[in-house]
Design a protein around this ligand. Structure first.
Ligand code: ZN
Length: 414
């Protein structure tokens, strides 16, 4: 009887997504080593959820850090910050409230490019857009996730012999909802511009552009059903009750050496081995199978408004640094021209922090020269709770940068 009651109450709990009422998002700028230590120790004792950087271990003196604190510790965290004299501000006073305001589009259609769409809706959309544009878009699956969901890939471009290719993926980190929104937007733009707009038509005549709308499908579903702030995959970890691996620490590029954690409970857990996750393995297998056609690899994350290129696993300068930097500069200038959105660009390690095992470094070392990570809007006003009303401007400006890089590859990549 008790077991039954427990089961019933567990079912009742798991049916409702987690509520973030009264939970705050703080921004701090540690001024000295003591401040850094305080943040790290609070992260341990209070279970802080780091938004930027990706974990407390990466917090540095003089660099801002954003984190979300549970309701019952928010006041204690605030008191400790006040006592320490560390500059801080409250970015979000009530995360639940911010998440409810995030859905501000009022669009009633099931699928919309200006809404956040759940996985079923995105999958139905990708099937439909391929069916509607048979000469331009085709859909395949590159594999299945840990929980058995297909990982769909769209190939966009006119068929032709010996075409160069660019690979774009979205939805690595489950809670970065603006990322899958961008991949959908890109395909929409391609389909509507083909044969109408000369630059995009030329791109699609000369390049195959692979678009993977959601890589971490299990995690993405989990952010819709259970916990909006989930980041990792949903795989079980042996000898741990903690779930999931950070897919962007799971590639064989300086794997688990810096800026990644060996602890399964951490948000930057590198996994039990490189490509331990079926999702990252499927992606790596596809890219390996399609080298040397793939000349560009663009992976879309949020937030912080940055365009990064190798390396992130070390401070080593990439052999193509000058060209990668010049292309990044051109892409950022193009992006900024539309809404004056400020972007930072440069090698990941020196621009933000060391983070080993990322897909951009792996792709670069595998032979994909033009390998970039986008960190889309914003810089923390909303963070992962970016309102739907910002999807359109975010995607419009990002399109300019992506088209700049794709055009460069079309004209210059060997
Ligand atoms: Zn991310």
């Amino acid at each position: 009887m008790w077991a039954l009651l427990l089961l019933v109450s567990l079912a009742a709990v798991s049916a409702e997504p987690r509520n973030f009422h009264g939970e705050k998002v703080f921004r701090v700028i540690p001024q000295n080593a003591e401040h850094v230590e305080l943040i790290k120790s609070m992260a341990q004792t209070e279970g802080l959820d780091f938004w930027l950087p990706d974990s407390a271990q990466l917090v540095e003196q003089g660099k801002r850090a954003d984190f979300h604190a549970d309701g019952h510790v928010s006041y204690e965290v605030q008191a400790l910050l006040q006592q320490s004299g560390m500059p801080y501000e409250i970015l979000i006073n009530d995360l639940q409230d911010a998440l409810e305001k995030q859905r501000d589009s009022n669009i009633r259609a099931v699928h919309s490019y200006e809404k956040y769409n759940d996985l079923d809706t995105i999958n139905a959309w990708s099937a439909n857009i391929a069916a509607q544009n048979p000469g331009l878009v085709s859909r395949s699956s590159i594999g299945t996730s840990y929980q058995g969901r297909p990982i769909y890939l769209l190939k966009v471009g006119k068929s032709g012999a010996n075409k160069k290719a660019v690979f774009i993926d979205c939805g690595f980190h489950a809670r970065e909802w603006i990322s899958p929104a961008f991949c959908q937007w890109f395909v929409k733009e391609a389909v509507s511009a083909y044969g109408v707009e000369s630059e995009f038509t030329s791109l699609l005549d000369n390049l195959d552009i692979y678009v993977l709308p959601v890589l971490n499908v299990d995690g993405y579903v989990y952010t819709w059903t259970t916990n909006r702030m989930w980041r990792k995959t949903r795989s079980a970890n042996p000898n741990s009750t903690c779930i999931g691996t950070d897919p962007n620490r799971n590639f064989n590029a300086g794997w688990c050496t810096a800026g990644a954690s060996t602890r399964a409970c951490d948000e930057t857990y590198c996994g039990s081995a490189p490509e331990s996750e079926p999702e990252t393995k499927a992606l790596a297998n596809f890219i390996r199978a399609n080298i040397p056609a793939i000349k560009g690899y663009l992976t879309i994350h949020s937030y912080s408004q940055m365009l990064l290129f190798p390396y992130s696993y070390s401070y080593a300068v990439a052999k193509d640094h000058n060209e990668l930097n010049a292309v990044a500069q051109g892409a950022v200038n193009s992006l900024t021209s539309l809404y004056k959105t400020k972007y930072t660009y440069g090698p990941g390690g020196s621009t933000i922090y060391l983070a080993a095992g990322g897909s951009d470094d792996w792709a670069y070392d595998a032979g994909v020269k033009f390998s970039y990570t986008f960190e889309l809007r914003d810089t923390g006003r909303y963070g992962f709770a970016l309102p739907e009303s910002q999807i359109k401007p975010t995607c419009e400006e990002t399109m300019l940068a992506v088209k700049y890089i794709a055009s460069y590859i079309k004209n210059n990549a060997k």
